[in-house]
Design a protein around this ligand. Structure first.
Ligand code: 6PG
Length: 244
């Protein structure tokens, strides 16, 4: 059963998710000394990052004990306008006092992009807490959803959807003729908390189908998430119209 909350707009979603981030951060830091969060990319999360950088959260969240990872990255330099790191850096990371050593950038620009993915997987195994089953476990994974049902860089008709053991893979996305690096379902499914933010009229039909899906469908990769922890959808009324 999907846990779905509907908000008027992305600003209201960002305020609600910022509050959830703050609560989960406090809980994780008191339980195991740090908060390990994977950021989503694209444009929606920028509003959340801007809000987290406002004084309300900039001064109340324990950024010194926060560890920032990326759910996926494009094959561009960290200064490129398409870079998820670049967006997060300008909207949030340069504005709060997270130690630079606790910001783990995915090196999507690497020529040997598969090596870069393997190195990131090794980093996750080294840095993330482990669950009772010994799985690398994020405290929070932020995700978005494309209008084709993709999430992170888990796109329809790509090999990475079948990846069962690696935590991170490089993937060539045919329809965009580009390489990406992405976390896989294995590490997403083992997260303690997953938050999905979906906004916009253009996503309402796919979202309605995804939220009603009774079984995983590789045509809509986000339906393939089978969370061991809590998964919460934050959607705006424009995206919810056909879903409700
Ligand atoms: C990326 C993201 C991607 C994103 C969706 C939705 O690198 O593009 O990780 O999975 O979350 O494409 O993006 P929007 O929320 O900006 O529509």
């Amino acid at each position: 059963m999907n846990n779905v909350k509907i908000y008027p707009d992305v600003a209201a979603i960002s305020q609600a998710v910022a509050k959830k981030w703050s609560v989960l951060s406090e809980q994780a830091i008191s339980e195991h000394g740090g908060f390990h969060v994977a950021l989503s990319g694209g444009s929606t999360p920028r509003y959340l990052f801007d809000y987290l950088a406002t004084s309300a959260y900039r001064d109340s969240i324990n950024w010194e004990k926060t560890h920032i990872y990326f759910g996926d990255e494009r094959s561009v330099s960290p200064e490129h306008e398409e870079s998820n790191f670049n967006m997060a850096r300008h909207a949030l990371l340069d504005k709060v006092n997270i130690p630079a050593s606790q910001i783990y950038r995915m090196k999507g620009e690497a020529a040997a992009i598969e090596d870069s993915a393997m190195q990131y997987a090794a980093l996750l195994k080294k840095m993330l807490p482990t669950s009772e089953k010994g799985e690398s476990q994020f405290d929070l994974v932020l995700l978005g959803m494309g209008d084709d049902g993709h999430t992170a860089s888990l796109f329809p008709n790509t090999q990475i959807l079948q990846e069962k053991s690696e935590l991170v893979r490089a993937v060539f996305v045919e329809k965009m003729k580009t390489w990406r690096i992405s976390i896989t379902f294995r590490v997403i499914n083992n997260a303690r908390n997953i938050v999905v933010m979906v906004t916009g009229e253009n996503k309402k039909n796919v979202l309605a189908h995804v939220l009603k899906a009774r079984a995983p469908e590789s045509l809509y990769p986000i339906t393939m998430i089978q969370p061991a922890g809590d998964m919460q959808w934050y959607i705006d009324t424009a995206a919810a119209n056909a879903a409700s």
